[in-house]
Write a protein that binds this ligand. Sequence first.
Ligand code: BGC
Length: 374
Amino acid sequence: MRLRKTALAVAGLGMSLALAACGQNAAAPSAPAGSSAPAAPAAGAKVGVILPETASSARWEGFDKPLLTKAMAAAGLQADIQNAQGDEQKFSTLADGMIASGVKVLVIASISSESGAAVAAKAKAQGIPVIDYDRLNLGGSSDYYVSFDNVKVGALQGQGLADALKSKPGAQVIQIEGAPTDNNATLFYNGQQTVLKPLFDSGALKLVQMQAIAKWDNQVGGTTFEQILTSNGGKVDGVAAANDGLAGAIITVLTKVGLNGKVPVTGQDATPDGLQAILRGDQYMTVYKPIDQEADATAKLAAALAKGDKAAADAIATGSSDDTKASRKVPSVLLTPVLITKDKVKSVIDAGAVKASEVCVAATQAACTELGIK
Ligand code: BGC
């Protein structure tokens, strides 16, 4: 163990992250006061994680929190996982507290690029490496980014909608997108457009309106959709909804006017509610993003960074993402999203992401039986 520590320390010499970690280690109980040893072992290292919201998607508390808890523990880290509940001030205060408590690494899924970048700058000024989790902070300075191929997520949504509408030439489409302050929302939209724009241009589909929804607010998404629908004379043939939460609010509106099940709606996150809506026939598809993989990659990266082992971190983050605002490339782990239509719902349950009991309820039991979900 002692030898290993020394080897890591030597390997880390001259690397800014290791030096940065050195400053932090002075306060850590594992390093003697005044020690010049640059790296502490990751074992037990404290990692701060800030999640953005609970209401924008069931994923953050339902999937990310438990899976990050498990992955961080498996990587030998002591994780402090908090949720900012959509409040940028709280996000910043949580980060201050974590920095003051001596975290070795900060992992942030931010509410907006701007507030996320500000937090990252503060952490980095204290020598704490930062991982952008799921959402890339444009104009930021985080060291790494772990997420999915988010343009692909949007392309799967676009493809799902195009497939569902292929026998309806000129079908009228409404697009309800995520928060403009979340770079992912832009990537999802761009991905959708790779499929939908040529169809709009050729007249195969007709765009009624596209609207981005601040803070991914599901309720606002529903009322916005309702207004667009009303001003279009109650006519809609398909809806590109950026996630399952927005899809759910839209389906509520469609149900009110008797169009649920007749109008394909897309989604994302493979939430229990989204999967139920698919089984009922009210939602056409969702995008399953294996959050366990996202949590695992983040924990492994954090463990490497907690040790000041930049080479190990770089070996994990072999992808790259464009920060178009800071004009830099951020080393990334970008995982693969999966298109889920009714016939594929079972695969999400088989993967262990959601329990059968969470999707098989009175309204979906017949579909569950038919699809062998139990
Ligand atoms: C995430 C989605 C989520 C959305 C709203 C995005 O940044 O990638 O999974 O549905 O935020 O929380």
